[in-house]
Design a protein around this ligand. Structure first.
Ligand SMILES: Nc1ncnc2c1ncn2[C@@H]1O[C@H](COP(=O)(O)OP(=O)(O)O)[C@@H](O)[C@H]1O
Ligand SMILES: [Mg+2]
Length: 319
């Protein structure tokens, strides 16, 4: 047994003239969450399809659960679960029937799995309704539940939360954490920096078919301009005083703005405002800026992502 759930070196894939992956190396330790982060069109789904044997490699090699994706397709497939970017549930069936179908299709599955999964994903109430009446979040949960029927060692989640509301997103994050706690390895693609930050032990940023950065979220965040608070001061004197008090801040006198490095947490914000209060410095407005995918790309590649990215995660703001 190897300690790596997934290893890939020099992955290449082209569609005609268009080179989509141009030598991608990946290494995912067993029992961890690995996130492939990149904008729309970066090659995330292509990578998932190559690693899950749904597409053939044009070059390079990859092993999943110790099996070669090119020559041991059957073994790879029996070790993995894949939840695609678009939920693949049968709309005309109920949630329970969808799950039952998966159980019937798989020799290894236990009949009790249907009830257990409905309970685990909080779908009991809607279990006997047709999927057409489900919300986006419920569909994703059902889709994931169906993938788990086969009890995969390695789970591929392709943009599991794109298009979901913040609450469903958090529910899915919680489920991912539980699965990892049970020893599963998770390969997750996302367009959201915050999602990778929340879930991943390690992540790789992909752009133009190449990995442009790889490491822990901490290592990556250290390379990008961090979160900051932007204060608008009531007047030039307030700006001067604030700059004196907050020594690591950068003033913009023309706009009466002070940029203060901060992790954006409630604790940090409270202490910042207390500090300003202490010196009776009047702030007319403040906004919290959290780094997003565009910041990552700007910092790592010096340019915006290669393809238009979807709307970034909402930024916290207050005034
Ligand atoms: N079957 C295909 N035929 C031709 N081009 C494709 C096909 N699938 C994907 N592509 C192209 O490959 C690039 C990467 O796509 P994809 O892997 O889906 O990116 P992502 O999942 O990161 O959004 C895109 O430019 C896309 O248009
Ligand atoms: Mg995709």
């Amino acid at each position: 047994m190897t300690n790596s759930a997934i290893t890939a070196s020099g992955l290449r894939k082209a569609y005609g003239e268009q080179v989509v992956l141009d030598g991608v190396d990946l290494e995912v330790p067993a029992g961890s969450v690995f996130s492939l982060l990149g904008p729309n069109g970066a090659g995330k789904t292509t990578t998932v399809h190559l690693l899950t044997t749904l597409l053939r490699l044009d070059g390079g090699r990859a092993a999943v659960a110790g099996f070669d994706v090119a020559t041991q397709t059957r073994q790879v497939r029996s070790a993995i679960g894949v939840t695609g970017q678009f939920a693949s549930v049968d709309e005309l069936l109920t949630g329970r029937e969808n799950l039952q179908m998966m159980v019937d299709l798989q020799r290894r599955a236990r009949p009790a799995a249907v009830g257990e999964l409905l309970e685990r994903f909080d779908l009991q109430e809607a279990a006997d309704q047709r999927v057409t009446s489900y919300s986006g979040g419920m569909r994703r949960k059902l889709d994931l539940a169906m993938t788990l029927v086969s009890r995969p060692q390695i789970l591929f989640l392709d943009e599991p939360t794109t298009g979901l509301d913040p609450r469903s997103r958090r529910t899915l994050w919680q489920i991912v954490r539980e699965l990892v706690g049970e020893g599963m390895t998770i390969f997750l693609t996302t367009q959201y920096l915050e999602e990778a930050d929340q879930l991943a032990d390690r992540l790789a940023v992909i752009d133009h078919g190449r990995v442009v950065a790889e490491g822990t979220p901490e290592q990556l965040k250290r390379q990008i301009p961090g979160a900051h608070v932007q204060l608008r001061l009531a007047g030039p004197e307030a700006l001067t005083s604030a700059t004196r008090v907050l020594t690591d801040a950068t003033p913009d006198p023309e706009n009466l703005i002070l940029r203060v490095p901060s992790d954006g947490s409630v604790k940090a914000l409270r202490s910042l405002l207390d500090r300003l209060d202490e010196y009776a410095i009047e702030v007319s407005e403040f906004t919290v800026h959290l780094p997003d995918l565009d910041d990552v790309f700007l910092a790592l590649t010096g340019s915006a992502p290669s393809a238009p990215s979807a709307p970034s995660a909402p930024k916290a703001s207050a005034s």
